[in-house]
Design a protein around this ligand. Structure first.
Ligand SMILES: Cc1cc2nc3c(=O)[nH]c(=O)nc-3n(C[C@H](O)[C@H](O)[C@H](O)COP(=O)(O)OP(=O)(O)OC[C@H]3O[C@@H](n4cnc5c(N)ncnc54)[C@H](O)[C@@H]3O)c2cc1C
Length: 562
């Protein structure tokens, strides 16, 4: 940075832009922040499944959860369900339709409530952190993980590998029975720290943050299409110019233009493709419920397909669904046919659309005085809801760096920028690895797509790599992919064997077993007695309005922009 950061220009009015502007303005009201968005280019309008830390961020900027949930037609998301990712299923000899094995259903929930100090807090207080758990921040003396105890019990034949989620994640039964995490008296039935997240209507999300946070807090909003960028002799952006000739200067520029990368592509940056990610095409549409009591699932469905996977994200008023596929294995036209066939018997609210992106990232995310936020800096693929999480990581780090700059500092130091780039690079690469292993650890070889992924997993020894990640102290909840998620995927893909090193204290094994049993029983009981997700949402969030009434209302044009 060449000057102290006083004036920030955010380009782009999607979730990335409005959330960045709101976050920075909340933390630093003294900053002069202007957001410029084009009326010629819309927002992407997809991205409806998010990670738990989004809720914390929205609450930190002053949004009240229930209020924003009803505005954005949100429901609680308790995790992901992966169907058909590993075991060969059966094919219908007439239609060639593939039916996954009934044993190949895995729930990946959030065990953020479990590890370390949260396990020792009231809900799970039979175990003490200091007894059992390694500390990812480097506390001495213990090198144990909660998951190691479960894995040891599985190795001893006392746990069923298919049921890791049932024993270690308290929301599994709620997901399985399509239930709400709150009862009708609004008591949370989870032990809770960040066990919950959301499905959010992507089209209403930017407007919510703009109207309820950014504008009231003083972010200036400009409608303008940036068509010229002015730089100084050192390659720093001095101002951006709209096609109406209006010029805006700033000390720091956040590029939140998504795939348009309006500022970033003018910088001296190199694109690094993620060639291993071949699933970079999507066909998607909003879909009407046939029966929300059964279909309003409090989790993101991730169904394996012959050339990729298909997501289903339930909102209150509708579902969002997309087929993510490898275009070297199926053409977009055939993928469209397959997608429509999948949804036969349901009504599309809008005709399905096709988009494609390049999987990869820029080698540096902060260049001179330009920071590329979220999809602007790179895109992997949407599995496990990673995309907005990367944008959040970026905006939070920018804020921390601004905070750390001393009152009298005239510049943001090169070391901070270097640290930013190194962190973001690691996050992108780490999540890419995680996404990739979902394919390459599979034992499916029944289509050319799965056969090629399976072979690469063997060639590159991903089985060993995934367990290294489980032991990697950087894989904390902040990384988006905490240790237990690597273990969960490895176990679900049947890649746990005697070679995997575990650290347990034999004297604590029985106690751990009791805890797992207790967790399982209590979460099953909750699963049985909890209210149906749709019924709960209808009464508690949507004032008894049905899903179709809310849908009808949401199809009317939104209020004029401020
Ligand atoms: C296939 C896919 C699936 C996804 N799924 C998920 C998911 O499940 N969960 C999740 O968390 N995220 C997901 N995402 C990511 C999510 O959609 C984005 O992170 C989120 O919508 C934020 O987008 P954005 O604000 O960066 O960009 P956009 O929404 O594309 O907004 C870009 C903005 O830039 C402006 N702009 C463009 N050009 C100019 C110009 N010349 N001058 C001025 N303004 C300009 C536009 O007007 C617009 O306001 C997904 C993304 C994709 C592609």
């Amino acid at each position: 940075m060449k000057t102290k950061v006083k004036k920030i220009v955010v380009v782009g009015g999607g979730v990335g832009g409005w959330l960045s502007a709101s976050w920075l303005k909340t933390k630093h009201p003294e900053l002069d922040i202007t957001l410029i968005e084009s009326d010629k280019v819309g927002t992407i309008g997809i991205g409806e499944s998010v990670l738990p830390r989004l809720g914390t961020m929205l609450s930190d900027i002053g949004l009240e959860e229930r209020e924003w949930m009803s505005y954005t037609h949100s429901i609680y998301k308790l995790g992901n369900k992966f169907i058909g990712w590993n075991i060969p299923g059966k094919r219908d000899h007439v239609t060639n339709h593939w039916w996954p094995s009934k044993f190949d259903e895995s729930y990946y929930g959030f065990s953020y409530a479990l590890p370390e100090e949260h396990l020792a807090s009231s809900y799970y207080n039979q175990l003490k952190t200091t007894d059992l758990f390694y500390n990812s921040k480097g506390k001495e003396g213990v090198n144990d993980k909660w998951n190691d105890y479960w894995l040891q019990l599985a190795r001893d034949g006392r746990k069923n590998l298919w049921e890791i989620a049932q024993d270690t994640q308290e929301a599994t039964y709620l997901m399985d029975y399509c239930k709400s995490p709150y009862d009708m008296n609004d008591n949370l039935m989870l032990g809770s720290w960040e066990s919950l997240t959301y499905h959010i209507d992507a089209n209403r999300f930017p407007k919510l943050i703009k109207d309820r946070v950014a504008i009231p807090k003083g972010v200036k909003h400009i409608h303008g299409h940036i068509s010229e960028i002015k730089k100084d002799a050192d390659g720093y952006i001095s101002s951006v110019v709209t096609d109406a000739g209006e010029e805006y200067s700033g000390d720091l520029f956040l590029d939140c233009t998504g795939f348009h990368r309006v500022l970033t592509k003018e910088m001296d940056v190199e694109w690094k493709p993620y060639n291993e990610i071949t699933t970079d095409n999507l066909i998607f549409a909003p879909i009407k419920y046939n029966d929300p009591v059964k279909e309003m699932r409090p989790y993101t469905m991730s169904n394996a397909m012959d050339e990729g996977w298909l997501f289903i994200i339930s909102l209150y008023n509708r579902m969002g669904s997309g087929y993510i596929f490898d275009a070297s294995e199926i053409s977009p036209e055939d993928a469209m046919k397959k997608y429509k066939k999948y949804w036969e018997g349901h009504e599309f609210i809008r005709e399905p659309r096709h988009i494609k992106w390049d999987a990869g990232k820029y080698d540096t995310q902060w260049n001179n005085n330009v920071v590329s936020i979220g999809m602007t800096g790179g895109m992997i693929e949407p599995m496990e809801a990673n995309v907005l999480a990367l944008a959040q990581a970026g905006m939070k780090m920018v804020e921390r760096i601004i905070s750390r700059a001393d009152e009298n500092d005239e510049v943001i130091g090169k070391a901070s920028i270097k640290a930013y780039n190194s962190n973001l690079n690691w996050l992108f690469d780490n999540i890419t690895k995680f996404v990739d292993y979902h394919y390459t650890l599979s034992d499916r070889t029944d289509t050319p797509f799965w056969a090629k992924k399976h072979q690469r997993g063997i060639d590159e020894n991903h089985k060993e790599e995934i367990w290294k990640q489980y032991r990697n102290p950087r894989c904390t909840p902040e990384s988006g992919v905490p240790d237990y998620m690597w273990a969960q995927v490895a176990v679900s893909m049947d890649k746990f064997d005697d070679d995997v090193e575990l650290h347990v204290r034999p004297d604590l094994l029985e106690k751990a077993n009791e805890s797992f049993e207790w967790l399982r029983k209590s979460s099953k009981r909750n699963g049985i007695y909890a209210p149906n997700a749709y019924e709960w949402n209808k009464k508690m969030l949507f004032g008894d309005r049905t899903h179709s009434e809310v849908l009808e209302e949401s199809l009317k044009p939104q209020d004029e922009d401020s």
